[in-house]
Ligand binder design. Sequence first.
Ligand code: AMP
Length: 573
Amino acid sequence: MKYLKLAEFYEEASDTTKRLEKIEILSKFLKQLDECDRDVLYLLMGDIYPEYDDRKIGISNQLALKCIAKSTGINEKDVLKEWKNIGDLGRVAEKLVSNKKQSTLGGKGVLTTDKVIDNLRKLPGLVGKGTVGKKISLITELLTSASSIEALYLVRTLIGDLRIGVKESTIRDSISSAFFNSEEGASKKIQDAIDKTNDIAAVFDIAAKKKLSGFNKLKLEVGKPIKVMLAEKALTIEDAFVSVGKPCAVEYKYDGFRMLIHKEGDKVMFFTRNLENVSSQFPEVVDYIKKYVKGKSFILDSEAVGFNKKTKEYKPFQEISQRIRRKYNIEKLRDELPVEINVFDILFYEGKSLLSEPFQKRSVLVRKIVKNHPYKIVTSKQIITSDEKKAEAFYKKALGDNQEGAMFKNLSAGYQPGRRVGHMLKIKPESKDLDLVITGGEYGTGKRSGWLSSFILSCRGKKGEFLEVGKMGTGIKEKSTLDTGEDISFNELTEKLKPYFLKESGRTVKIKPKIVVSVTYQEIQNSPNYNSGFALRFPRFTALRPDRSPDSVSTLEELKKDYDSQKRNWRYG
Ligand code: AMP
């Protein structure tokens, strides 16, 4: 398929903000798509592989800028100037390619989606010497054949900022309209298929044959991580019981990071909640799984919690966060920052998906197959009760054991990937801490000049948009701490954010929502200064959350709940 056709679709889709219109446009586009163009589905999501695959395009703005310069023959400084003026690198490419095409009368050839995918798929595999040069030539090859509108969307795809407002749910409903006339139940079947496979093109393959029963063929597979089920928040134990029913399971809410454990024969893999493959970072856990969990093939859901080797005291997440990212000195880190795996769910066992089995059944199976070895691998601490007093005592015990709070789980509910569900609720002491994403910053002055010294934090709105909630400047160190992992300095955080800078004007920078941080705060106030309508008082940085995606940061709803609970001046625990 010609890439131009796709670019025209992107343009049409971004021309409307109305969901139904978007669905109509996408549905029309999907109907025209040949089965051999299935990979275009990934491009629609700004990707080149299924979501479960952690090979991503990952091109920084700086590198994209170099490629624009090279392919248009304009020097980098001038491209940078344009970028500062226009503020959108895609539009810069569009303008410069259009100027060039006018003077050279057309590009060299017709760009196809196959060629784009081919070249882009070569990018993530490049490592070592000469990588940058090779990346530049693969991208430049595409840009030199591109028309201005193609250049616009190529660059946006490269830097991961497509801006067409097409989400997974838009694709789901468009598939339903294109191939099943939006018949009743179709959307749900398609969603189930997406949940199980995490592969939108595989779902398209089946949908194009127009038989809903075809989706039954799609299976959950070991090695292909699916999105995790997320919890809603409850303010009181009473509320929690109302949502999940009585009796329910109450579990410790551990303060670590989510770890999906996949095993097939001898192969053991770990994925974070962001679906990042972290298998090589936890060699000791591979041993625990092989020795202490019965079964040939399974997918477990768990929380990895750090503890002090000597005192055996559990540590908060930020003290072990390095273990997720660090790819060197793994043995040393393993000794210094041991983790205990707390298994709380199972999604697949011996070839069979358990997603639609009731939680109680899954939970019993977990306890049957995992042999508890404290400080290595254990099943989550759990009680099953209808008694609020017992639940409260258990919750307090969890807090006393340095954990975050408690989870309340409906015993008969299935596992719903990728959604915050009302049948799994978390309860923590009056929350005062949030996960937020950085969407802007301000350069400092004096000893902090050259670095961002204040960071704009955003939560998520109802439609998935990011809404500002305040500025953070505390909790960050003045000086670089040489990767102790516990602290971060202004310059380190600025460097981490740089690849995502979207626009600089004066001392302020707009930043693409990518870097998630945990923050504490003293109070939430109503405020006209931020588009969320709220402002955090004294937000303080506590940890980088490389294991969390911008899509899963705290929502406006949660902020409202915190605001309301603070108004009632209610404290739990
Ligand atoms: P939050 O990060 O505050 O939205 O809380 C949800 C997270 O709690 C999950 O993503 C898990 O990483 C974590 N968690 C800790 N203990 C449990 C548990 N027993 N059951 C489910 N999730 C848990």
